[in-house]
Design a protein around this ligand. Structure first.
Ligand SMILES: NC(=O)c1ccc[n+]([C@@H]2O[C@H](COP(=O)([O-])OP(=O)(O)OC[C@H]3O[C@@H](n4cnc5c(N)ncnc54)[C@H](O)[C@@H]3O)[C@@H](O)[C@H]2O)c1
Length: 249
């Protein structure tokens, strides 16, 4: 255990797989009780892993693009834990398509999940955080859009750049209540099915990373745990890049 999150309650969206799953497990390893939400049944497996770490787990199916479902999560969390200390807005999709082929439906789907999802879940938990006079919100952005451009990801990049604007502006509004709002911008992170290991694309991506390896979900989870802990209490409105130096050149 690196940070003392004992007694803290964290909600993680998109926690069934990849970075979100690792964030949920890392929060639990540091003592937090964790609410695991996702659209898939994988949350039930993650829930068992969290209980094996001796933390409490609450798996809830939730599509973040539906405000009613986001509000339902907060109601169930308050019923079981009576508070929410940390919200990690991680759920996101990144379907690749050239702009010329991109339909209005493609655009809306990505913005609805990646950006509206952040609004819905934050809107659901913030009244409670304000009355508690503390809270930590961590939004998972991306170097795509937030720092650099990426071909075939115009919709995704727009959603992630917007998350950074959302983060900075909300941080200003809620600082008076002791709430920290930050974003993390990961570079390429190997979540298993992003690209084939040892493929040409994989090797090419590694070559573009000065630290010489793909990021791991734990690289991002470690940063999120720090931003969810009291040790980061003087940091707010920031977007912190974790990309092995990918965006430096
Ligand atoms: N993997 C990377 O290289 C990378 C880089 C930068 C940013 N990110 C961001 O990190 C976050 C996690 O990505 P990942 O690579 O772990 O992806 P992933 O596909 O492994 O996991 C994303 C999870 O979100 C869930 N999800 C999808 N739509 C949802 C919805 N409507 N409501 C709730 N959950 C939903 C999925 O079921 C999945 O379990 C995303 O926001 C992504 O944009 C990833």
């Amino acid at each position: 255990m690196f940070y003392d999150l004992k007694g803290k309650v964290a909600i993680v969206t998109g926690a069934g797989h990849g970075i979100g799953r690792e964030i949920a497990l890392s929060l639990a390893r540091n003592g937090a009780d964790v609410v695991i939400t996702d659209v898939t049944d994988e949350i039930f497996e993650v829930s068992k892993q969290i209980e094996a770490l001796k933390s409490k787990a609450l798996p809830i199916k939730c599509d973040v693009s539906d405000f009613g479902q986001a509000r339902g999560v907060e109601e169930q969390v308050l019923e079981k834990f009576e508070k929410t200390d940390i919200l990690v807005n991680n759920a996101g999709i990144y379907p690749q398509k050239q702009f010329l082929d991109m339909t209005v439906e493609d655009w809306s789907k990505v913005l609805h999940i990646n950006l509206d999802g952040v609004f819905h879940c934050t809107k659901a938990v913030i009244p409670r955080m304000i009355s508690q006079k503390h809270g930590k919100i961590v939004n998972i952005a991306s170097i795509a859009g937030a720092i650099v451009g990426f071909s075939n990801l115009v919709h995704y990049s727009a959603s992630k750049a917007a998350i950074v604007g959302f983060t900075k502006s909300l941080a200003l509004e809620v600082a008076q209540y002791g709430i920290n709002v930050n974003a993390v911008a990961p570079g390429p992170i190997d979540v298993g099915d992003l690209m084939q290991v040892n493929s040409a694309v994989y090797e090419q991506t590694i070559k573009a990373i000065p630290l010489g390896r793909m990021g791991r979900p734990l690289d991002i989870a470690n940063l999120v745990v720090f931003l969810g802990s009291d040790e980061s209490s003087f940091i707010t409105g920031q977007c912190i890049v974790s990309d092995g130096g990918y965006t430096l050149p």
